[in-house]
Design a binder for this molecule. Structure first.
Ligand SMILES: *Cc1c(COP(=O)(O)O)cnc(C)c1O
Length: 397
């Protein structure tokens, strides 16, 4: 039977099915997958047969990315860990928090926490009966005292923004075990090329893959990694919440991973050089970078982080407060004024007027953030050029 033009246009010959593995990661840019029978369809949906049904549920390209991150976070582990892919870092964070809490539950989180996570806890989960105590995350006694019978999650950030304080991961993991609750760490600022929290006993690691994992500021995504049983729960809630990673984004993020250790090593070495180079500048009141021996958490960072890798982000406090901070950013020629971090290009943002704009002067002071502080994510340019640009901008203050 000869099929008509429209039918032929829609039902083009199928692409060859390969028995080989391609060198590049195939992008399964499809919303749905076909089944060979009604029985196979129901078996895949029921989990009785392996296979894919719908790309919000699972997608091979997204899976490949999540398992690639799990492989990096799982270096040195003698237990199996798996990853779940997400459309963004916030999607990973919201889904993990919803999977591990319920109405009436309680979370202990650091005061110095990513703004989106703070907003989620205080303006969204709060409406669903989940309460959060914010404490000094670097003070384990404060974390311990905040734990209640209803607590289900201890939250942490490996490296926190913008003071670059470092979480005592083994201590946090031990507290969580003692209390019978889950420990979850946002390791976006570190990446597995600096520190792998699961090695230190943390239950779940989450990332904004938009930052160092992708590394090129051209794709948005997130990922959560943990034990298979826990990730099954997270996947279940991800399916219903809908924050699945798209296949094209998964491809870009996966490609970024191949150079993650190379990039993060260079980001770290350049950031260390820039941080040290700025310390003596007369317009600089302080530089926060965990690789500097002057940083409060340097010893802890040296213990937990891979040798010579303290991450690519530092915070510069110029003399002169808010005006000096904004003028510093405006005087930069090579370093871009932009949000985000962890990409090929160096970027700077004045903290009080951008990422922490909702903080009052008192709240900034309480968090130890100077009104003039500027966060810099050191890119892959020559470190001398980045340092030179910051120096010429500081010279003009
Ligand atoms: C950017 C970021 C997030 C949120 O990630 P998105 O991909 O923007 O949703 C979460 N945590 C930290 C520490 C971040 O820097």
């Amino acid at each position: 039977m000869s099929r008509g033009e429209h039918t032929r246009a829609v039902h083009s010959p199928a692409a060859p099915v390969l028995g080989q593995l391609p060198m590049g990661l195939p992008v399964y840019r499809t919303a749905a997958f076909r089944f060979s029978s009604a029985q196979e369809y129901t078996d895949v949906l029921g989990g009785e047969a392996a296979g894919y049904s719908y790309s919000r549920v699972d997608n091979p390209t997204a899976d490949a990315f999540a398992q690639a991150v799990a492989a990096l976070e799982g270096i040195g582990l003698d237990r199996e860990v798996v990853g779940q892919p997400f459309a963004s870092g916030m999607s990973a964070i919201s889904t993990v928090l919803m999977a591990l809490t319920r109405s009436g539950a309680h979370v202990v989180a650091p005061r110095e926490i990513y703004g989106g996570t703070y907003g989620l806890l205080t303006t969204v989960l709060d409406r669903f009966g989940v309460e959060t105590s914010f404490v000094d995350g670097t003070d384990l006694d404060a974390v311990r005292s905040a734990i209640r019978p209803e607590t289900t999650v201890l939250w942490g950030e490996t490296i926190a923004n913008p003071t670059l304080s470092v979480a005592d991961l083994p201590g946090l993991a031990a507290l969580a075990r003692e209390a019978g609750v889950h420990s979850v760490v946002d390791s976006t600022f570190a990446s597995p090329a600096v520190c792998r929290p699961l090695e230190h006993g943390i239950d779940v690691v989450v990332h904004s893959a938009t930052k160092f994992l992708g590394g090129h500021s051209d794709a948005t995504g997130g990922v959560a990694i943990g034990a298979p049983e826990l990730m099954d729960r997270v996947r279940h809630d991800r399916i219903d919440l809908g924050g699945m990673l798209a296949p094209d984004e998964a491809f870009l993020l996966h490609r970024g991973l191949a150079t993650l250790p190379l990039r993060v090593d260079r980001h770290s070495r350049s950031a260390a050089m820039v941080a040290a180079g700025l310390l003596g500048h007369p317009a600089v009141a302080g530089v926060a970078y965990p690789g500097l021996s002057t940083h409060r958490d340097h010893a802890l960072a040296a213990k937990l982080f891979d040798a010579g890798r303290f991450g690519g982000v530092l915070t510069i406090t110029p003399r002169g407060g808010l005006e000096a901070g904004m003028a510093l950013v405006d005087a930069l020629r090579l370093v871009s004024t932009a949000t985000s971090l962890g990409g090929t290009h160096s970027v700077a943002s004045h903290i009080a007027s951008t990422t922490h704009r909702q903080f009052s002067d008192e709240a900034l002071a309480a968090a130890g953030i100077d009104a003039g502080a500027v966060r810099v994510s050191v890119g892959l340019e020559d470190a001398d050029d980045v340092l030179g640009d910051l120096e010429q901008a500081l010279d003009r203050l």
